[in-house]
Design a protein around this ligand. Structure first.
Ligand SMILES: Cc1cc2nc3c(=O)[nH]c(=O)nc-3n(C[C@H](O)[C@H](O)[C@H](O)COP(=O)(O)OP(=O)(O)OC[C@H]3O[C@@H](n4cnc5c(N)ncnc54)[C@H](O)[C@@H]3O)c2cc1C
Length: 574
């Protein structure tokens, strides 16, 4: 491991700067370091050490003062927005951003719920670890129905990079051989419980085109030598992942990419360093480095490198680009096309249906499996008879009402204790994860006057779901209800909700890839069309949202971009 891994001031010109230490930044750093490049990872937040700093780990609800709930006063002061995330509890709150310090505005635009995790590891510590490849239908979607710009890549361009990251991260799942959802390099899947197996068989009989599969998730169900060499062991199925996992049972920067990068001796990390803007040299048309404001004392410093990878998460990355202005790029660096900040997307979770499963009274949930089931998008082929474009996946799991669900609810005394002892009804639901179309008008921009405490202009969101997404959610609720009734569930009900974008925490777009530099920021390798030594490899680069959870694709795009970048550096084109 590098001596003095963490640095503050340095005059060194690194081979590569990676901004951000989350899922994308962790991969960029690992790949650069393993190719022998001296790499500086810059992170705005504090250091979180694997194991040592998982302060909420192993704390049962009854060991937390308010049984998982967070003190109201603290929520009011610091977490009004973050508390809307389902994973925000007393055991995880320290991994979420402080809303007081991180203001943004929707006063002129529309609502957007922006969930932040600003520390070493970023949201890799908090994510739900669902990991799916995009397939041919996804990369082709914009082209085939004409909505959005064509992705400049197809499945064959990224397949080997998916395999590369899956093997290192460890993704569990079943080989399902589906046309609409490519298989990957999987560790064994988690097991379905009995009602789920019965439902899976019923769906296969009644809806052969709508299979119910086990969720694919970044957990070590059967660690390989490679995983053991990272210091990780088998997932213990505790399902307390959001508090951090000392076993390294799930993939995070801390458990997986950071140890690999640090082992090369090529990594340095500058924590508490809020990247304010990129330093651009107009004469050479290259980015030279970054301007940083110290997270704590607000002093300024600069770091330099031959290439810069911006991996600060979709909105964070675009915020940095937009704040990097010069004579040549008055509206944000690399923005000759004018589309920077536009085509913001998220997934839409606004529909679902659920009901009771009869029978199985002699069965219990086994363990605390950290994933549910998935019904992949069955509307992957365009069909003009529907009143919306694209489609949705449905996710769910069968569980027995009882102590596991009650422990998060209010209650007191003997009545509550008796309730906890009873195993309740089996329930099952299907909940939508719908595609959001890329629209120019859905955007993040800067507020003309408001700034945050580091002097960064505050982001103003102007983003909403359109009729397309609403019609899709109505369909999702109807289909889910119809299917659940058909497979024999009782007391089935469905809902369509009206939540704003953001809360799926799958922010995408705003610095999109594309074939045409006139309407996109990045080329097929996540390299800026305008500036050869500048890359953005996180969700900002997406051309369409597809329906799959996107982070596995951030990983694959990132390692592919590093491979390309290093080859271009060696060929002296960068
Ligand atoms: C509760 C939850 C559940 C989720 N479940 C899933 C799931 O099941 N599957 C899935 O695919 N995705 C899921 N996600 C989303 C997933 O976590 C993100 O897509 C992923 O972490 C994004 O990776 P990233 O590297 O782009 O950004 P992050 O992981 O957010 O990392 C970005 C890093 O950049 C740093 N940074 C930002 N701005 C600056 C700056 N100006 N200067 C320096 N550093 C900066 C941040 O502090 C952060 O550490 C979930 C997220 C949450 C919160």
């Amino acid at each position: 491991m590098t001596e003095n891994l963490y640095i503050n001031n340095t005059k060194e010109v690194y081979d590569a700067i990676v901004i951000g230490s989350g899922i994308s930044g962790g991969w960029a750093a690992k790949e650069f370091c393993e190719r022998g490049l001296k790499t500086l990872m810059i992170e705005r937040g504090r250091v979180v050490e694997h194991r040592k700093d998982y302060i909420g780990e192993n704390k049962a609800p009854w060991q937390q003062p308010l049984r998982t709930k967070v003190d109201n006063l603290l929520v009011k002061e610091q977490h009004q927005i973050q508390q809307q995330c389902y994973a925000f509890t007393d055991a995880t709150k320290h991994f979420f951003g402080n809303d007081k310090d991180l203001p943004y505005t929707t006063e002129k635009g529309t609502n957007f719920t922006w969930i932040r995790a600003n520390q070493l590891g970023g949201k890799s510590l908090l994510w739900h670890r669902q990991s799916y490849r995009l397939g041919e239908y996804d990369f082709n979607a914009n082209k085939s129905d004409g909505f959005g710009n064509d992705w400049p890549i197809r499945s064959q361009d990224i397949e080997k990079w998916y395999s590369h990251v899956e093997k290192h991260a460890g993704i569990s799942g079943s080989l399902d051989n589906l046309e609409n959802l490519p298989d990957g390099e999987f560790l064994p899947p988690f097991e379905m419980n009995s009602p789920e197996k019965a439902l899976q068989a019923k769906f296969a009989e009644l809806y052969p085109q709508r299979p119910l599969i086990m969720g694919r998730t970044a957990h070590l169900t059967k660690p390989t030598k490679l995983h053991l060499s990272q210091g990780r062991v088998k997932c213990q199925a505790r399902n307390e992942c959001h508090a951090g996992c000392s076993f390294g049972g799930y993939f995070s920067t801390q458990s997986s990419t950071l140890p690999a990068a640090a082992a090369t001796n090529n990594l340095h990390i500058a924590p508490n360093s809020v990247v304010h803007s990129l330093i651009y040299d107009e004469k050479t048309n290259r980015v030279k480095g970054v301007r940083v404001i110290d997270n704590d004392d607000l002093t300024e410093r600069e770091y330099f490198a031959k290439v810069v990878f911006v991996c600060a998460s979709t909105i964070g990355s675009t915020q940095i680009l937009m704040n990097s202005t010069s004579k040549k790029f008055p509206n944000g660096i690399a923005n000759s096309s004018g589309v920077l900040g536009h085509y913001l997307m998220d997934h839409n979770y606004n529909a679902g249906a659920s009901g009771d499963i009869e029978g199985f009274e002699d069965e219990i949930d086994r363990g605390r499996r950290p994933t549910g089931l998935m019904m992949p998008n069955f509307y992957y082929k365009p069909d003009a008879s529907r009143n919306f474009l694209r489609g949705y996946a449905l996710a769910g799991s069968a569980y027995r009402e009882g102590w596991q669900s009650l422990q998060h609810q209010d209650g007191l005394g003997a009545d509550y204790k008796n309730k906890l002892k009873q195993a309740g009804k089996w329930r099952f639901g299907l909940y939508a994860q719908g595609e959001m179309l890329p629209r120019f008008e859905n955007q993040m921009r800067f507020h003309p006057t408001l700034k945050d405490k580091w002097g960064m202009p505050q982001i103003e969101f102007d983003c909403q779901f359109s009729d397309n997404e609403t019609n899709m959610m109505i369909d999702a609720a109807q289909q889910a209800e119809k299917m659940l009734k058909a497979v024999g569930l009782k007391n089935v009900s469905s809902q369509v909700m009206n939540g704003p974008p953001g809360l799926a925490i799958h922010e995408l777009g705003t610095a999109r890839m594309g074939r045409d530099p006139k309407n996109s920021i990045l080329n097929a390798y996540n390299q800026s069309h305008d500036i050869p030594n500048l890359f953005v490899t996180d969700g900002a680069s997406f051309c369409s949202s597809a329906v799959q959870n996107p982070s596995l694709t951030f990983m694959a795009l990132t390692v592919r971009a590093v491979d390309y970048c290093v080859k271009e550096m060696n060929a002296k084109r960068i």
